[in-house]
Design a protein around this ligand. Structure first.
Ligand SMILES: NC(=O)C1=CN([C@@H]2O[C@H](COP(=O)(O)OP(=O)(O)OC[C@H]3O[C@@H](n4cnc5c(N)ncnc54)[C@H](O)[C@@H]3O)[C@@H](O)[C@H]2O)C=CC1
Ligand SMILES: O=C(O)[C@@H]1CCC=N1
Length: 268
């Protein structure tokens, strides 16, 4: 596995923490990792945690920007002077464009936008990637190799679609977690004991997702395999499908998330 010579994580909260956990589980030497986090709380055995910026970054450092998007100005002011021509930057900051990153990290050639999602922690995430022309092919390959143990890595050639893919896969786990919760609560609402409904809802989603991932048929066809003609499922699907209710709900959901990304890019 071609790990970076050194990995410097700026911020290590919910998202970057999941990425790091997976990399360590896949064999990344913790001695190659430094985490900057204001709390100074330990991250994992052998990983150096600092609360302020070092005087210099080791040669061949890959920086992962994992703090909140609104902190990019403050972070770049301190970090950019420590970067040199061979520093690579990976940004997971939602709604932060490459143009903005390039303006804040002048002189850095290799900058990649990455949009992971939380299941990267178990190697079953999705990571959208985008790089612009100046970023070297070697850097793109190295970043892709770093993302591969995290799950499905997809290059997005057109950065204009980055907020859309963030809405789908970056935010998507939250929508699925909400769905699982709602399925359980709906079961409870029609009389199933709450704890049993919760277990059954989760196992139903888990089994269905695993089956869909392995099946030759697409999910829409699989739904028809469940629905016996004249049976119970069809009646339920008719509710979800009426006036494209579920589809419209999800379009509205993704649109709202995408629009927030665009507002964040405008600094709102
Ligand atoms: N949570 C998610 O599912 C996803 C989050 N992201 C992106 O990941 C980034 C972090 O989000 P979360 O992990 O959810 O937030 P979080 O709040 O869990 O983590 C933020 C981290 O930044 C650190 N931090 C705070 N102030 C800092 C400073 N001045 N300098 C350096 N680090 C500082 C905090 O200690 C914390 O470890 C955001 O930019 C977000 O857009 C991207 C994809 C998915
Ligand atoms: O909510 C957010 O802004 C980030 C981006 C994708 C998931 N969490």
């Amino acid at each position: 596995m071609p790990w970076p010579d050194h990995l410097f994580l700026v911020g290590c909260g919910n998202m970057a923490g999941q990425m790091l956990a997976r990399w360590l589980a896949c064999g990344l030497d913790p001695a190659r990792v430094t985490v900057l986090r204001p709390s100074g709380r330990a991250v994992a055995d052998g990983v150096a945690v600092v609360t302020g910026y070092p005087d210099a970054l080791p040669a061949g450092t890959t920086v992962l920007l994992g703090m909140k998007p609104y902190q990019v100005a403050e972070v770049a002011t301190a970090l950019a002077p420590l970067c040199d021509a061979d520093t690579r930057i990976i940004s997971i900051l939602a709604g932060t464009t490459l143009a903005e990153l390039r303006a804040r990290f002048v002189g850095i050639r290799d900058i990649v936008r990455a949009m992971p999602n939380l299941p990267v922690g178990i190697g079953e995430g999705v990571i959208a990637l985008h790089a612009d022309a100046p970023t070297a092919g070697e850097a793109r390959s190295a970043v892709e190799a770093l993302m591969t143990p995290l799950g499905l890595a997809e290059w997005i050639p057109d950065e204009a679609l980055f907020n859309q893919v963030t809405a789908l896969s970056g935010c998507g786990p939250a929508f699925l977690f909400r769905f699982i919760d709602a399925l359980a609560r709906a079961g409870e609402a029609i009389g199933i004991p709450a704890d049993q409904a919760a277990r059954m809802a989760l196992a139903t989603v888990q089994g269905s997702a695993a089956m869909a991932a392995r099946a030759d048929a697409d999910p829409a066809t699989l739904a028809d395999h469940v629905a016996s003609p004249g049976g119970m499922t069809r009646q339920g699907l008719n509710v979800l499908d009426a006036d494209d209710r579920l589809l419209e709900l999800l379009i509205d959901t993704l649109t709202a998330a995408r629009d927030r990304g665009e507002a964040m890019a405008r600094g709102e």
